[in-house]
Design a protein around this ligand. Structure first.
Ligand code: NAD
Length: 417
């Protein structure tokens, strides 16, 4: 079982590791290690039986030097202030590494959404939107989906905000349904960038994704899309898992069929496969590529010693503890970090926001082409930093590039008031 590293401490350790490769004063760097503002609130929501239940909710606005705060909202039991702070920091450096004009934010509600009816979730979401209203906006802070939230929650937040503000502001939130101002390609965007990052890293290493065997932990939005696109690109997805467990087929799984089973029954293990396997077994399979696409801290230091994959592309945010990261770096495993690999979601969110501001819709092809450009350029920049600066890992190179961009924007603006 993975240790529960404090994700905020993980973020700070990652920033510290990159410091020596960045031209930054220590006091400026210190400022860039802490959120600028956190909203912590208790939502009182009426349940269907008329009783009131309280829910703890957070929004962390980490840094706004490069543009409006940007980041998802997750619904998950046990969401903590430190988790949201860390995720908001990762968003800051994610937007910077792919060079889109946003700062970073993240929100969360401590709730298990499966325990509540749709009308209860609507009241919960609208209640959070009311609390968020003073600090969000098309030019201030733009939330988006994350774990256990999707188009429906985004549509409710947009509607609540627009009603209270007596305006139309589709760009106040991204990840909306198409008819509510969403973008073509948004649902698949995170998985698509994971596939693109995998393709690029294999090419850089002188091989080809189409020759790779792949294991994917987590078969939700990010994991299942990455698996299906890698499958379509010729890779062999031999194992996938979700919270029910994993399935394994050395000849490759039919990733579309697994997604259909998951949609119908909620569990990949209901899909017929030659072998079932546990979560840790999946993470230590002898594959070319491992994609953690579930939650933070999936791989800790001790599990990392048993990892046999040559390459890890992080679809989830923070899936490796700092100890795991150190062990994998020592073992020579190439890890394409979350802040680049899963940046497709926020990049297409940015395209959605641009389309909302323009009151103009792009075709899915245009969205996918622009996403490919952003991710491949970011990957090239990362490799240039890795090869030029001699950073110990791709993650450190990514942070060095990203921190430098945030530092430059901050320094150019100056420290005021
Ligand atoms: P999701 O809720 O759609 O899917 C999560 C999946 O992980 C589910 O299949 C769940 O069963 C599985 N899971 C949970 N615990 C597990 C465990 N212990 N072992 C194996 N599987 C487990 O969420 P998502 O949107 O796909 O997000 C997954 C990760 O990707 C998160 O870290 C999220 O922050 C990150 N991410 C998502 C997006 C996006 O646009 N969806 C963007 C950037 C980053």
């Amino acid at each position: 079982m993975a240790d529960q590293a404090n994700p905020f401490e993980s973020l700070q350790a990652q920033l510290d590791a990159a410091t020596e490769y960045v031209d930054v004063r220590p006091d400026v760097l210190e400022r860039l290690k802490h959120p600028e503002r956190i909203l912590e609130t208790t939502l009182s929501v009426e349940l269907d039986d008329g009783s009131i239940e309280l829910f703890r909710a957070f929004r962390s606005q980490f840094n706004g030097d490069r543009g409006p705060y940007k980041g998802g909202i997750r619904y998950h039991p046990g969401v903590t202030r430190d988790e949201v702070k860390a995720l908001s920091g990762w968003m800051t450096y994610k937007c910077a590494v792919v060079d889109i004009p946003y700062g970073g934010a993240k929100g969360g509600i401590d709730v298990d959404p499966q325990q509540y009816s749709e009308s209860e979730l609507e009241r919960l979401t609208r209640s959070f939107a009311v609390e968020l209203r003073p600090i969000i906006g098309e030019n201030q802070d733009i939330p988006a989906p994350d774990v256990n939230t999707g188009q429906q929650e985004m549509n409710w937040i947009k509607d609540t905000y627009e009603t209270l503000e007596n305006t139309t502001a589709p760009g106040v939130i991204t990840g909306k349904a198409i008819d509510s101002g969403g973008s073509a390609g948004r649902v698949e965007a995170t998985g698509r960038s994971v596939m693109l990052a995998a393709r690029e890293v294999f090419e850089w290493l002188g091989s080809d994704l189409s020759d790779a065997t792949v294991a994917v932990q987590g078969y939700g939005n990010a994991g299942s899309t990455a698996a299906r696109l890698i499958d379509a690109a010729g890779g062999t997805v031999v194992a996938v898992s979700d919270s029910s467990g994993g399935i394994y087929n050395t000849n490759g799984l039919d990733t579309d069929a697994v997604a259909t089973t998951k949609r119908e029954t909620g569990a990949v293990t209901d899909h017929e496969a030659p072998e079932q396997l546990g979560n840790e077994e999946l993470l230590t399979l002898d594959v070319d590529l491992l994609i953690p696409a579930a939650l933070e801290n999936a791989i800790d230091e001790s599990l990392a010693r048993d990892v046999r994959a040559d390459v890890i592309v992080e679809a989830a945010n923070g899936p490796l503890t700092p100890g795991a990261d150190r062990v994998l770096t020592e073992k020579g495993v190439y890890v394409v970090p979350d802040i680049l690999a899963n940046a497709g979601g926020v990049t297409v969110s940015y395209f959605e926001w641009v389309q909302n501001r323009q009151r103009f819709s792009w075709t899915e092809q245009r969205v996918n082409d622009e996403l490919e450009r952003v991710i491949t350029e970011a990957f090239d920049g990362l490799i240039e930093a890795y090869e030029t600066d001699g950073t110990p890992s791709l993650r450190t190179a990514a942070y060095a590039v990203a921190i430098q961009r945030v530092v430059d924007a901050y320094t150019q603006g100056g420290n005021w008031p």
